[in-house]
Design a protein around this ligand. Structure first.
Ligand code: LMR
Length: 295
């Protein structure tokens, strides 16, 4: 529905034609094209400005996002190789889980191909922000439109760290509220997986969040000077190679990483930030090793 989308290229290994026919009837100015199977992947990617990768298998109840690594790592690697060959200048949005590992996988693949631009590779963590905004709004009876909670770290369990003390407009939380909201935001993906009882994970709220991140990217590409989103990117904010935080987006991707959100944290947030780092580090290293072992 975004007027910023001029064309939508859909790729999958099956069932793309029906989805494309269906979408193409919406009265938007964008052209919808379908591409099926590896032989059509290159043509799908040529000329695109933003490549969004949500491919792979979803969780079932009892699984962590990391349990998907064994299948999704290879899928992401293959798709990013094609992106590197056909649209190396594109913004790359990685949605496939485990994001904490698939983004490092994408970075290594792009390095091997000689086209890695850390400013243009993004792990999509917008859904964590969307959830944080929703849950804080409900808890505090606020107007949703006004609420913005930065969420930093990564996209799995305790690596998802909502910085409630940085909520805008400023809101105060009791210790109990902070604990309850933080846990709910961290487990929100699992809440959906359990409610779907074996039929997959979040798709509709995920699409909503992904669309928001794509639209922000398109605004940035169009020269809008005021585009900020939280996203998992190469970063020097912590000792970790990749870290989600608010970034300013511009025509060339990440224009700056907003460090201010990590200043003046509460004791709860400071401890949580410490606690998440070993798990996030291990997930990043797992992704990097996966690509190196394949050589
Ligand atoms: C989510 O946060 O909903 C997604 O990462 C899917 C999942 O497995 O939780």
């Amino acid at each position: 529905m975004s007027p910023l989308v001029s064309a939508l290229h859909l790729y999958d290994i099956a069932n793309v034609k029906g989805v494309a026919a269906d979408l193409s009837h919406c009265n938007t100015p964008s052209q919808v094209l379908d591409f099926t199977g590896p032989s059509e992947l290159a043509n799908c990617l040529k000329g695109v400005d933003v490549a969004v990768i949500p491919a792979g298998v979803p969780r079932k109840p009892g699984m962590t996002r990391d349990d998907l690594f064994i299948i999704n790592a290879g899928i992401v690697k293959t798709l990013v190789e094609a992106v590197a060959d056909n649209c190396p200048e594109a913004f790359i949005h990685i949605i496939s889980n485990p994001v904490n590992s698939t983004v490092p996988i994408a970075a290594e693949v792009l390095k091997q191909k000689g086209v890695y631009n850390p400013k243009k590779l993004f792990g999509v963590t917008t859904l964590d922000v969307v959830r944080a905004n929703t849950f804080v709004t409900q808890k505090k009876n606020l107007k949703l439109i006004d609420v913005d909670v930065p969420v930093v770290g990564g996209h799995a369990g305790i690596t998802i760290l909502p910085l409630l003390s940085k909520t805008r407009p400023s809101v105060t939380f009791t210790n109990e509220e902070t604990e309850e909201l933080t846990k709910r935001i961290q487990n929100a993906g699992t809440e959906v997986v359990e409610a779907k009882a074996g039929a997959g994970s979040a798709t509709l709220s995920m699409s909503y969040a992904a669309a928001r991140f794509v639209e922000s990217s398109l605004h940035a590409l169009a020269g809008d000077p005021d585009v900020y989103e939280c996203t998992f990117v190469q970063s020097e904010l912590t000792e970790l190679m990749f870290f989600a935080s608010r970034v300013k987006l511009g025509k060339n991707g990440v224009e700056s990483i907003i460090s201010a959100d990590l200043e003046g944290l509460t004791e709860y947030e400071t401890k949580a930030l410490e606690a998440l780092q070993p798990e996030l580090k291990a997930s990043i290293e797992k992704g990097i090793e996966f690509v190196h072992k394949q050589q």
